[in-house]
Design a protein around this ligand. Structure first.
Ligand SMILES: Cc1cc2nc3c(=O)[nH]c(=O)nc-3n(C[C@H](O)[C@H](O)[C@H](O)COP(=O)(O)OP(=O)(O)OC[C@H]3O[C@@H](n4cnc5c(N)ncnc54)[C@H](O)[C@@H]3O)c2cc1C
Length: 511
């Protein structure tokens, strides 16, 4: 109980400070100014990404790609200039939003003739130009290479003098059959692998992509209105505490801090804020950091141009939130998600169906488990409808047919009984919940954690990261407030809810 009081007192202090501190307004604007729109992609329209001593570690740490190729060259070297078209031919396949095979290999280059890079090139013992290395991106971070090193995850590409030879070398390493003439969504190498739980680790990048895409859609379509504003704030408060990506938590905190300046609650101020482009004051705001949206999907990539993608990313985001909340946050999370879909999901049929399912819930949630299972069951109801629709219209993705989920290959213990004829499944809900929490919890962020040691998902750690990540005084103070306010909004209401629910018994079961 004393913990609850402390939370409330902190809320009040934080709230008073927000109201009182006029100087913060200026600071909040500066937050948006420090969010630059700089891209790490190659300059001059090249596909290969230009790296230097400053961005080398960050780009290789943050890429979703499984492998990286790093070319060390010198801009004055004639052989390097001649080699460039070959390297670019291969980079076209793997880099950028129009990549034929995105998110698999990151093709990069470092100009060793640039003074800033000399130490970096020394670390990799670059003895001739061009010199190419191959390895998992994380192994390049703060890494190096020496010719006499016996065991290394970084390998010199010794036979990549032409585009053909380079791609052959890569194909040998990966057991793949990429071709220089491959075109997007033709010769698709995707395999659906529904039975591999590890696949979901790639989905954390799609959750970032979906978060960023959702905000873009909201701004593009001028969807922040006096009557939708509150539901967006509620959803952002949920994200700032429970989004599985630290980058997105950070960006959401920054957005929340500035939100009232950008979209004031006073109805009459709204019309002055939107620029001609519709994005208004948030035009350059990238909620999950400067590399997102990347322009492609990983776990949610369809085998056809018009399948999967954003709506898949949105589902995965919602499931990942549902397994991260506390019991006391379950009703708030339910309303935050229902209202967000209702107000901001631009697919009319989807939002209506989903809202009907939300509206049919008769008693409030007081267990995270119940909400998580409700969302799972609601998603399965959509799947059930789409199995029939897609079969009759032929609109589904042939490599990712809809199914009642999880299939037995993913979770056999989730099934108590399965009547094949009627396709009726008797679920073991304890096992389903256990599976959901592992799948959308630990497994989802496993790749991400390996990469940059995210630590705990608690708001305190997001705040620590934030403080450590910037030397601008205004950012930590402002963001601290955002995180505290968000935690308070969820924490205090959760506490209140819990106290109201103490004597009430849950009345609902989910089938
Ligand atoms: C809120 C919402 C409502 C929608 N309503 C409609 C609609 O009415 N009509 C329509 O045509 N489209 C609707 N869609 C889109 C549709 O559900 C799919 O997202 C889209 O067709 C892409 O399908 P997908 O194959 O990528 O898998 P998705 O259904 O998007 O699922 C993404 C991933 O989630 C996992 N998954 C699947 N089922 C479950 C489950 N039950 N619980 C947990 N995880 C699961 C799987 O790994 C799957 O690959 C809706 C989307 C959303 C977000």
């Amino acid at each position: 109980m004393s913990g609850i009081n402390l939370v409330h007192i902190l809320c009040l202090l934080v709230f008073s400070y927000t109201v009182a501190s006029d100087s913060l307004l200026g600071s909040r604007r500066s937050i948006l100014r420090v969010i630059d729109n700089e891209s790490n992609r190659g300059v001059h329209g090249d596909y290969a990404v230009d790296l230097n001593a400053t961005n080398f570690d960050a780009v290789l740490r943050d890429t979703p790609a499984t492998f990286a190729v790093v070319e060390f060259f010198a801009h004055w070297c004639p052989a390097c200039r001649n080699y460039k078209p070959h390297y670019e031919k291969v980079a076209r396949l793997f880099n950028g939003p129009d990549a034929v095979h995105p998110g698999i290999i990151l093709m990069t280059r470092v100009d060793c003739a640039s003074k800033i890079n000399s130490k970096l090139c020394d670390k990799f013992s670059v003895g001739h130009y061009p010199m190419l290395f191959w390895g998992p991106p994380s192994k390049f971070v703060a890494g190096g290479w020496e010719p006499k090193q016996e065991k290394s995850d970084i390998h010199v590409i010794d036979n990549g003098r032409t585009a053909d030879q380079l791609l052959n070398w890569i194909n040998k390493q990966m057991g793949s059959s990429y071709g220089l003439d491959d075109e997007k969504f033709e010769n698709e190498h995707l395999s659906s692998n529904v039975s591999d739980p590890g696949q979901v680790a790639r989905a954390v990048y799609d959750i970032e992509e979906a978060t960023s895409t959702a905000l873009d859609i909201i701004l593009e379509h001028k969807m922040i209105k006096p009557d939708t504003r509150a539901s967006l704030i509620k959803f952002l408060q949920l994200l700032v505490v429970h989004h599985p990506s630290r980058r997105c938590r950070k960006g959401t905190a920054e957005l929340l801090v500035s939100f009232d300046d950008l979209y004031p609650s006073k109805i009459w101020s709204f019309s002055n804020l939107e620029g001609d482009d519709g994005k208004g004051a948030l035009m350059n705001f990238q909620i999950c950091g400067k590399d997102v949206p990347r322009g492609y999907w990983m776990f949610c990539r369809g085998s056809k141009n018009d399948t999967r993608g954003f709506s898949c990313g949105l589902w995965v985001l919602m499931h990942s939130l549902s397994v991260r909340i506390e019991d006391g946050e379950s009703q708030l999370t339910f309303t935050a998600i229902c209202d967000f879909v209702h107000n901001f999901f631009i697919c009319e049929e989807c939002r209506q169906h989903f809202y009907e399912m939300c509206s049919s819930v008769s008693s409030p949630f007081n267990k995270a488990r119940d909400f998580s299972l409700w969302l799972w069951s609601a998603h399965n109801k959509v799947n059930e409808r789409l199995i029939k629709e897609e079969a009759s219209l032929g609109t589904g993705d042939p490599k990712f047919p809809k199914m009642i989920w999880p299939p037995k290959q993913l979770c056999s213990s989730c099934y108590l009984a399965h009547d094949q004829r009627s396709n009726k499944i008797d679920w073991n809900q304890d096992e389903v919940y256990k599976f959901l929490t592992t799948y959308y919890g630990k497994t989802l962020v496993s790749l991400y954690k390996d990469k940059d040691d995210l630590g705990s998902d608690k708001s305190a750690s997001a705040l620590e990261d934030l403080v450590a990540s910037t030397n601008a005084f205004a950012v930590p103070v402002g963001a601290a407030l955002a995180i505290a306010i968000a935690s308070c909004a969820f924490g205090a209401l959760a506490c209140y809810w819990r106290s109201q629910q103490k004597s009430r018994k849950p009345r609902r079961t989910w089938s």
